[in-house]
Design a protein around this ligand. Structure first.
Ligand code: HEM
Length: 403
């Protein structure tokens, strides 16, 4: 059977999947761990199969698209050359340099958010009053905290002006709508629009010194003894921006929603703040902000007893592999003593996330500041799950009970 004739094992757009992706992927992992569908081709749900693909990039190629995709759409040896450029921006020294700007923007955003705090009086907030806390503020995390936080982090890291933020915010919204509608031409149109913003930012920096900001620095990078092309830079910046604006934002919603719903974990982290980074990795293992990535097979392979021919498109199901009971036991159990090597939240192998040091730092700084400011974070309504290809939640209502 060819790829197009292959029978459909499941339908990723079925309402039962859309209503709760995580639960649907859990079921697939149990019943059909290597499953074919028209939309996602061959989906790998088990940790073992996903890990195998990650650690055998010769068989599971990342060259899945004809578009320039630096470095995610590249294989070795080209990937190594471009990846070296990208990695230079996320070293421990670079992260230490970025931290003071990150602390300042986080403090400012939380200040704006809590300016509207109201005194705690009665009802659901009575407990807060009893504990001595004077005020609380109800926040829809995704729109009021996660998205603005990610946007300001990205602008600060890249050296972009604050005036661009409302434009980028509207773009993130349109991009989200286009990707969830699965309308490819609309998605391509929105991507082009984004490229326009980036090309303008690059044009403004043509004559700027390399050390002005990270955007101008990219204009001076070289590969194979030549400068990066504009298309390569735009692709790099697009990847970083999506990593920040959608994945970090998703992670913020997941982590704050989880802590609101799990007061025991929240108390533990308030008492043991040095465990915040391990905890944000573990919470994202339970509920992954990043759902899928693609590969294409360069030869016939057998995965979980199924024959997958050469040239097959593969979808790595991160949010399923990270919940595989064969590796993690009860996937919903929060544990800080798990083997970090098994956690695939930032991937593994040559394409492991280069932005992971920044993602971890941003989540840590945000949680530390939120803990400083609050007595407690409580749920303030039902969380609404996002739909594939987005991960995490669309709506996360919480109440910040202030100190
Ligand atoms: C919570 C936040 C994040 C999560 C969970 C995450 C997750 C991942 C994962 C699982 C991969 C592996 C993809 C694959 O194997 O095909 C990846 C790759 C990548 N991520 Fe992230 N990411 C996050 C944030 C970021 C940020 C902030 C940036 C940049 C600023 C970023 C940039 C990238 C890039 C460029 C790649 C491709 C690397 C390559 O192909 O060599 N990510 N990310």
């Amino acid at each position: 059977m060819t790829e197009t004739q292959q029978a459909q094992d499941w339908d990723p757009s079925d309402p039962s999947v859309r209503v709760n992706q995580t639960a649907a992927y859990d079921r697939m992992r149990g019943t059909c761990p290597v499953a074919h569908s028209e939309a996602l081709n061959w989906s790998l749900f088990r940790h073992e199969d996903v890990s195998r693909a990650l650690h055998d990039p010769e068989t599971f190629s990342s060259a899945v698209s004809h578009h320039v995709a630096v470095p995610n759409g590249m294989d070795r040896p080209e990937h190594t050359v471009f990846r070296e450029v990208v990695d230079r921006y996320y070293t421990p020294e670079k992260m230490a340099e970025f931290e003071s700007a990150l602390q300042a923007l986080t403090a400012q955003l939380l200040q704006e958010l809590t300016d509207d705090a109201v005194p705690v009086t009665s009802g659901a907030q009575g407990e807060a009053a009893a504990s001595g806390a004077g005020e609380s503020v109800t926040v829809e995390v995704m729109s009021e905290l996660a998205n603005p936080f990610a946007l300001r982090c990205q602008s600060a890291f890249m050296g972009w002006p604050r005036e661009l933020e409302p434009e980028l915010e509207r773009w993130v919204h349109r991009n989200h709508e286009a990707t969830t509608s699965r309308d490819r031409s609309r998605t391509a149109e929105v991507a082009l629009e984004f490229d326009g913003y980036i090309r303008q930012l690059l044009d403004e920096r043509r004559n700027a010194p390399a050390d002005q900001d990270n955007t101008s620095r990219l204009l001076h990078e070289t590969v194979y003894d030549r400068k990066l092309t504009e298309d390569e830079i735009v692709s790099i910046v697009r990847n970083w921006t999506v990593g920040e604006l959608s994945t970090i934002a998703g992670a913020v919603g997941i982590v704050l929603g989880y802590l609101a719903a799990h007061q025991d974990v929240q108390r533990h982290l308030r008492e043991n703040p040095e465990q915040i980074v391990a905890a944000t990795d573990e919470i994202q293992r339970i509920e992954d902000p990043f759902v899928t990535n693609r590969r294409v097979t360069t030869r016939d392979v057998e995965l979980s007893g199924r024959e997958v021919p050469a040239g097959s498109k593969i979808t790595l199901m991160w949010s399923s592999a990270n919940r595989d009971e064969e590796v993690f036991g009860d996937p919903d159990e929060f544990r800080l003593d798990r083997d970090p090597q098994q956690n695939l939240v930032y991937g593994a192998g040559i394409h492991v996330c280069p932005g992971a040091p920044m993602a971890r730092l941003e989540l840590k700084v945000l949680l530390e500041r939120v803990f400083d400011l609050t007595e407690r974070i409580e749920p303030a309504g039902d969380m609404v799950g996002a739909q594939h290809p987005a991960g995490g939640f669309h709506t996360v209502p919480v109440r910040l009970v202030l100190r």
